[in-house]
Design a protein around this ligand. Structure first.
Ligand SMILES: *[C@@H]1O[C@H](CO)[C@@H](O)[C@H](O)[C@H]1NC(C)=O
Ligand SMILES: *[C@@H]1O[C@H](CO)[C@@H](O)[C@H](O)[C@H]1NC(C)=O
Ligand SMILES: *[C@@H]1O[C@H](CO)[C@@H](O)[C@H](O)[C@H]1NC(C)=O
Length: 381
């Protein structure tokens, strides 16, 4: 700030200081009226008592609390009495503590809609611990010690979002999600130890997003996902999938986005693409794909974006992409493509972006105009 502009600025500063003072007074007044426990902070409807001293909680929780944050406190137990008169409480964050069970929230359990218990030591879901949470819509149990989900885990609850990432879950018992079938919309099971998916385990007609990335799945049997009519996205990247049996994805007729990147698939065939009527984005990068079978795309002609980068494709045969008349992006970079048949791109009448970088085709383009002549709308090569 130059000396010449100082007077005007200090007037402005004075104004600002005054404004801050009045704001401070008002906030202070309002919070006094509502009481904020020592060492917690209060903002709007949130009482934040995270990162207090080891194993501590506030003496009492003020009645006005709607959202309560008790995370990062090394809590091993929670006194149920703490929750005795909290008629407005709806959301509780208890992540990063040392809890071994879903706590008892007394009478106010009835109104809780969101419960975050990530990063604790819970090894099993006991239905009687969940039973009182009659309004629960979101349950986050990521990074706990669960090894399986047993058949009788969930009572009837209005659960919409269930997050079970980063446990050590290797088994899903048949019927384990049955009681969530009329409500569940999002199920996250990333970073677990699932090696197989039991047939028809997901009888969840309202589920929209299913995530199974970073597990150990090798093979997906036919009809595995039957019962997921509303599913819009499925994530299964970073498994070790080398076989998708015929009809593996059958029943996912409303799915729009499928992530299968970083697996070990060797071919694209209509057998496993069967029934994906509404698929728009298919991600297959970082696989070991060597061939696209004839008529592979017969059952997913709504594709807009196809990512086949970093696979092992060496040849693009005639009509490799036939049927994909709505496709606008095709990624084929980082392959080993050295041969492109004359009619390889035939039918790609909507294609706007074709990525062929890092292949072995430098000579091909000069030799043949054929493959590219079909691409009327291409804007970026
Ligand atoms: C649950 O919420 C309703 C409406 O907000 C309230 O009247 C009731 O007292 C609450 N119940 C408990 C047990 O806190
Ligand atoms: C479903 O919920 C009911 C009532 O909450 C319970 O009795 C039953 O055991 C549950 N079933 C399963 C398969 O979890
Ligand atoms: C992929 O498959 C090959 C050959 O079957 C195998 O050697 C390799 O370990 C597999 N990779 C992964 C990540 O599973």
């Amino acid at each position: 700030m130059s000396p010449r502009t100082l007077p005007r600025c200090s007037a402005r500063w004075a104004g600002l200081v005054l404004l801050l003072l009045t704001t401070e007074l008002c906030v202070g007044y309002r919070e006094n009226a509502r009481t904020c426990p020592p060492r917690c902070t209060c903002a709007g409807e949130l009482l934040d008592c995270s990162r207090m001293k080891k194993g501590q909680t506030p003496e009492t929780i003020p009645e006005w609390t709607v959202q309560l944050d008790l995370s990062h406190n090394k809590l091993q137990v929670l006194r149920a009495a703490l929750f005795s008169n909290l008629p407005h409480l709806k959301e509780i964050k208890l992540n990063n503590n040392d809890l071994e069970r879903i706590p008892d929230f007394g009478a106010c359990a009835l109104n809780i809609t969101t419960l975050v218990l990530a990063n604790n030591r819970i090894s099993r879901i006991w239905p009687d611990q969940l039973q009182p949470l009659l309004a629960l819509e979101t349950l986050d149990l990521s990074s706990n010690n669960m090894v399986d989900i047993r058949a009788d885990s969930f009572p009837l609850l209005p659960l919409r979002n269930l997050i079970l990432n980063s446990n050590r879950i290797s088994a899903l018992e048949p019927g384990c999600f049955v009681n969530l079938s009329s409500t569940l919309q999002v199920l996250r099971l990333n970073r677990n130890r699932l090696s197989t998916i039991p047939a028809k385990i997901f009888q969840l007609p309202n589920l929209q997003h299913l995530e199974l990335s970073r597990n150990r799945i090798r093979k997906v049997e036919g009809l595995t996902f039957q019962g997921l009519h509303a599913l819009r996205s499925l994530k299964m990247q970073r498994n070790a999938i080398n076989r998708l049996m015929d009809g593996a994805l059958w029943g996912l007729s409303n799915m729009e986005v499928l992530h299968l990147d970083y697996n070990n698939l060797t071919e694209v065939s209509k057998g496993w693409l069967y029934g994906l009527d509404h698929l728009q984005h298919l991600h297959l990068a970082h696989n070991a794909i060597v061939r696209i079978r004839p008529h592979a795309w017969e059952f997913c002609q709504n594709l807009r974006q196809l990512d086949l980068a970093s696979t092992h494709l060496a040849r693009l045969e005639e009509a490799s992409f036939s049927g994909l008349s709505l496709l606008d992006q095709l990624h084929l970079g980082n392959n080993r493509i050295s041969f492109i048949a004359d009619g390889a791109f035939r039918g790609l009448s909507h294609l706007q972006t074709l990525d062929l970088q890092n292949n072995e085709i430098s000579w091909t383009i000069e030799d043949m105009n054929g493959p590219f002549s079909a691409l009327d709308r291409l804007r970026k090569l």
